[in-house]
Write a protein that binds this ligand. Structure first.
Ligand code: C2E
Ligand code: CA
Ligand code: CA
Length: 558
């Protein structure tokens, strides 16, 4: 029953409550007193100063498209004259940004105690739904409203957890959209088992759900971790119960909030970053937002942008250095390893250990790798005139091997110069990812077929595949620097290196020892019978001009 002097505050309160369960804007228009109340969110989209106002007809006319005003007024007139029972009109309203959108306005004409009311709802035609029909959950727009309301009402803390289905795209492609919907339902049912308040779970774009959880006094982030575990266990049990006719895992990213500190955008961004981190760290896990990691990540993106810019602008700031490789038996230069350097105006000098992983992650190593091969081949071609059996070592990253047609590139760039293919060794650090994948093995065999040689880099650290040694795919084993430091004093290092040298020689492979810095280390390594030595003792990596000055000039001069 509508009273003569409706209580504005009470009406607003009820409209706001009903608003949560609809996409529409609700209204009560009192034509007798020329007052109106709309759902609160009306001011987000349309240029009303408030959602409850006097002089309502004039204010309404100000947002209605001028061409539609007569039509609207006529309709209202007919309604109050009793010629129409219902108001049902589509016309145009001006939005806050000055453009017009079509709205559908439906309502009932009510005359109560002599007062003429129109009560109904307005919906934007084509507006994104506030509900997800599949899961029955509210969408992100509602989450944003809920969070903003929290910020206004009281200072509180809590967490936002984004839960995503791992490999959802593949699941959808492999089994169809129906299975995708089913997976999302299993996920939301699992969440609902532990959280049954409607305004706590939301459907986010793609395959994600959000859980919004303010803390009570004794809560902390442990609550989020436990919740994730329980949801995951619940899903595992459902999958088991269904006898594995469907299988999936979930990852979650959680960010804590403090309503006095975080805007909704910040909170969502932090949760998204943590979910991204959970996926990168192997999926099937929950990551908690860490601002230090976030700053690192943003820094990394900045460096990657700069790398991309430098590469696209003619490899600006990149230079290839060369470190000599000597034959310890006769102290003669036998070749060099090409090592990339980057000195950019924004970040200064940066070591390859830092930027190569960033190039690999973004596949930028592919274009830069071509430039490296070309620059190394150019230098090799100059130096074989002085040392006819000079050998150039070029590092290859697994990204070049797996994601580009490396053989085609190598043949093209090296083919531009006259030095034959057997003047090149390609160094590869093995990773578990490329462990005997048939496609990778085929690429290695193509190198050998074309008369190139392959070296296993950093042998002895991390991952070493003895199968590749046994099958003679690699010709040179490069023993990592960490075994050589203090080899003259560390008996275990000495034993390890002596074992590697013996094993390689028995198999008919050559051994190059890296990181020899002192006379004592050199005499030890010589004694062990290494075929090649690379280290500061013979020379540091230097630019072309310095390499020629330090290592070739004395040869030419005798
Ligand atoms: P790596 O292939 O093992 O290269 C040998 C590294 O050991 C070089 O570091 C070299 O400067 C250093 N080194 C050599 N002898 C000594 C020594 O006696 N003492 C000490 N303390 N260090 C020595 P750098 O140039 O910083 O390169 C680091 C890594 O970056 C390389 O390790 C390689 O994995 C990667 N890298 C460098 N250039 C390239 C490139 O052109 N392509 C690819 N894919 N990776 C590269
Ligand atoms: Ca190397
Ligand atoms: Ca190495």
């Amino acid at each position: 029953m509508i009273r003569r002097d409706f209580d504005l505050e009470e009406m607003k309160y009820f409209l706001n409550l009903v608003e949560l369960s609809t996409d529409d804007y609700l209204y009560i228009f009192d034509f007798t007193n020329d007052r109106a109340i709309y759902s609160k969110s009306i001011t987000d989209v349309f240029p009303f100063a408030s959602n409850a106002f006097e002089n309502a007809t004039a204010q309404l006319k100000a947002v209605v498209h001028p061409d539609d005003i007569d039509m609207l007024m006529e309709d209202l007139q007919e309604g109050f004259n009793g010629r129409r029972k219902e108001h049902n009109l589509e016309y145009r309203w001006k939005t806050v940004d000055g453009t017009y959108v079509a709205i559908s306005c439906r309502g009932q004409y009510v005359i109560s105690q002599g007062i003429k009311y129109l009560i109904g709802r307005i919906s934007e035609i084509g507006k994104q739904s506030r509900f997800d029909n599949n899961t029955g959950l509210y969408r992100e727009v509602v989450l944003e409203n809920v969070y903003n309301e929290y910020c206004k009402v009281r200072h509180s803390r809590g967490f936002l957890m984004l839960v995503g289905v791992d490999n959802f795209k593949e699941l959808n492609e492999k089994y169809g959209a129906k299975t995708g919907d089913e997976v999302l339902n299993i996920l939301t049912d699992a969440i609902r088992r532990y959280i049954d308040t409607p305004l706590r779970i939301f459907r986010m774009p793609g395959d994600e759900c959000a859980i919004f959880m303010p803390y009570t006094i004794e809560d902390n982030i442990e609550q989020a971790k436990n919740l994730y575990k329980r949801i995951r266990n619940r899903i595992d049990r459902v999958i088991e119960h269904r006898k594995y006719d469907i299988f999936f895992t979930i990852s979650a990213g959680t960010a804590e909030f403090d309503t006095e500190r975080d805007s909704f955008n910040d909170l969502l961004k932090n949760a998204k970053f943590s979910l991204h981190a959970a996926k990168l760290n192997g999926k099937n896990r929950c990551e908690i937002f860490d601002s230090v990691n976030y700053i690192e990540y943003i820094k990394k993106l900045g460096i990657q942008d700069e790398l991309r810019r430098c590469i696209s602008e003619g490899f600006e700031g990149f230079e290839l250095y060369f470190q000599p490789i000597y034959n310890p038996q006769n102290d003669r230069l036998s070749g060099a390893e090409a090592l990339i350097r980057w000195n950019c105006s924004k970040y200064g000098f940066m070591g390859p250990d830092k930027f190569i992983p960033l190039l690999e992650e973004s596949a930028l190593i592919i274009p830069l790798g071509r430039w490296i091969i070309d620059s190394a081949a150019k230098a090799c071609n100059r130096w074989i005139t002085n040392i006819p059996d000079f050998v150039m070592h070029i590092n290859l990253s697994f990204v070049q091997i797996v994601k580009s047609n490396i053989i085609k590139d190598v043949l093209e760039y090296i083919g531009r110069y006259s030095a034959a293919n057997n003047h090149y060794v390609f160094e590869i650090t093995e990773t578990i990812e490329m462990d005997r994948i048939p496609a990778v093995e085929r690429v290695f065999k193509e190198f050998i077929k074309n008369d190139f040689r392959l070296a296993i880099d950093d042998f002895g650290t991390g991952y070493s595949n003895y199968g590749y040694m046994r099958d003679k795919i690699f010709d040179i084993v490069k023993v990592d620097r960490s075994f050589i430091t203090d080899i003259d004093k560390q008996r275990n290092n000495y034993l390890m290196v002596s074992f590697i040298v013996k094993m390689a020689h028995e198999m008919g492979l050559h051994v190059c020892i890296e990181g020899v810095e002192t006379k004592e280390e050199l005499s030890c390594v010589r004694e062990l019978g290494a075929d090649y030595i690379q280290g500061y003792y013979y020379g540091k990596p230097v630019c072309v001009a310095d390499f020629e000055e330090q290592h070739l000039k004395k040869l030419i001069l005798g």
